[in-house]
Ligand binder design. Structure first.
Ligand SMILES: [Zn+2]
Ligand SMILES: [Zn+2]
Length: 291
């Protein structure tokens, strides 16, 4: 069968990826590398080839040369990875310190093990499987790992996925509510997406309204067995402290809560526990050393 590589030579611009990564104002984008693969010679840029079946009907088939590449690029662009994470992938995630002479130094915490775990997860993943929740201190690279996972899912595997920042998500939903759009039409895309990645779960003001939105999204995704991924800067729970419970209306306490369990409430927390594997990131704030 014809393949992409048969039509294209080694390319210094894209390193044979056949796509290039760039950013617009807010988001990371991929586009086909026009230096090595401008217009597909097989489908002439249609993405589909047409043939007749035995009864003479014309049927469209995904172009064997460029169809999969186009689908992967489209999935990546739909994922809405923020511009500042445009370089993040699982391969370039630093798991060791660098010595002054540039050689690899000591490993940083358990970063190498976590990266390896996520790499295996993403390689073997098919939609519907259990997700994960990365928890650990600020500056340990959780968002890089999450963005890198979404990049691999979309750009390497062609799986539809969506990346959202928690506080951004809430303010966007608020805005749409204020414009008079119905709750169902606002939340549907988030509830139905095959893979949803929520960065910095629990961040923000944590109002009653916000808690009800996150409850709605997570419960519906849970009921549909859809894969959801999370990061959070909050410790999961603390022994001996009362848990702030959103369902009892005790929001004063929930707003000042310092654990994830308190911030999202008992119900959501137990859903998270069922739908994800909790993965602890143990590392000092390694971003600080480059500041
Ligand atoms: Zn190229
Ligand atoms: Zn084609």
């Amino acid at each position: 069968m014809e393949t992409l590589d048969e039509y294209t030579a080694a390319c210094p611009a894209c390193d044979r990826n056949r796509y290039l990564i760039e950013s617009d104002r807010n988001f990371t984008r991929a586009r086909r590398c026009e230096q090595c693969f401008d217009v597909c010679p097989v489908c002439e840029g249609q993405s589909y080839t047409y043939e007749r079946d035995e009864r003479g009907y014309e049927i469209a088939r995904q172009c064997p040369v460029c169809g999969a590449l186009n689908r992967r690029i489209e999935a990546f662009n739909d994922a809405s990875i923020p511009r500042r994470h445009s370089d993040a992938n699982l391969e370039n995630f630093e798991t060791s310190r660098q010595n002054p002479d540039g050689s690899t130094g000591e490993p940083i915490g358990n970063l190498n093990r976590v990266r390896f775990q996520l790499y295996n997860w993403v390689k073997g993943f098919s939609p519907g499987e259990q997700g994960f929740l990365l928890h650990g201190k600020v500056g340990t690279g959780k968002t890089h790992l999450l963005a890198g996972t979404i990049r691999h899912l979309t750009l390497e595997k062609g799986i539809s996925a969506r990346f959202v920042e928690f506080t951004h998500l809430l303010s966007e939903i608020r805005q749409q509510f204020d414009q008079g759009r119905g709750e169902a039409s606002i939340l549907a895309p988030l509830i139905e997406h095959p893979v949803l990645a929520i960065d910095e779960l629990g961040k923000g003001r944590n109002t009653e309204w916000q808690l009800s939105i996150i409850d709605e999204i997570i419960s519906k995704r849970y009921n549909r067995s859809l894969t959801t991924l999370f990061t959070t800067n909050y410790p999961l729970e603390q022994e001996g402290l009362p848990t702030g419970d959103a369902s009892t209306g005790n929001f004063q306490r929930a707003a000042s809560a310092t654990t994830l369990r308190q911030r999202v409430g008992e119900r959501v927390y137990s859903r998270l526990f069922d739908m994800t594997e909790f993965i602890a990131i143990e590392a000092p704030d390694y971003r600080r050393r480059t500041e």
